[in-house]
Design a protein around this ligand. Structure first.
Ligand code: FEO
Length: 165
């Protein structure tokens, strides 16, 4: 059984994952309108992954005797300054999510809730992977520069097929 405090922080995470899904959906749609097919494919897939993250939290909360709440989600931005700005915003967001996951880990240890501690480790690994994957894309973008956006877009399209979800 989850403590009330744990139920609350996990429900807050449901909201954060839901927002991430909407944010990436907005990024995907913006990229699609800009004619950047590879980038939009990448963000559509990210958006689905974030929805899956949200669902994992919802199912876990309910499984452990809590009540998962379907969150109200703030509207994400509609437009972005540039491709680089979009990936930088994505990295900022992932770093924020990593801090939130760490706060949950800290509460697990504080409450000696080792079941949740064990369960949340998947997210600890996932955050490390997500941060490093977005950072890798930003590095690639820096290398190629603006003039090679077409090449970058094609490149990122092929990445999606090989990356682990
Ligand atoms: Fe579910 Fe990318 O944080």
């Amino acid at each position: 059984m989850l403590s009330k405090k744990m139920e609350k922080i996990l429900n807050e995470q449901v909201g954060k994952e839901a927002y991430a899904s909407q944010l990436y959906l907005a990024m995907a749609s913006w990229a699609e309108v800009e004619g950047l097919e590879g980038i939009s494919t990448w963000f559509y897939a990210q958006s689905e992954e974030e929805r899956d993250h949200m669902m994992r939290f919802i199912r876990y909360i309910n499984e452990r005797g809590g009540h998962a709440v379907a969150p109200m989600v703030e509207e994400p931005p509609k437009t972005f300054k540039s491709v680089k700005a979009v990936f930088e915003a994505s990295l900022d967001h992932e770093q924020m999510v990593s801090r939130a996951i760490n706060d949950i880990v800290a509460l697990c240890l504080d409450e000696k809730d080792f079941t949740t501690h064990n369960w949340i480790q998947w997210f600890v690994d996932e955050q490390m992977e997500e941060e490093s994957s977005v950072q890798g894309i930003i590095d690639k973008l820096n290398l190629l520069g603006k003039d090679n956006l077409y090449m970058f877009d094609r490149d990122i399209m092929s990445m999606r097929g090989t990356e682990e979800a």
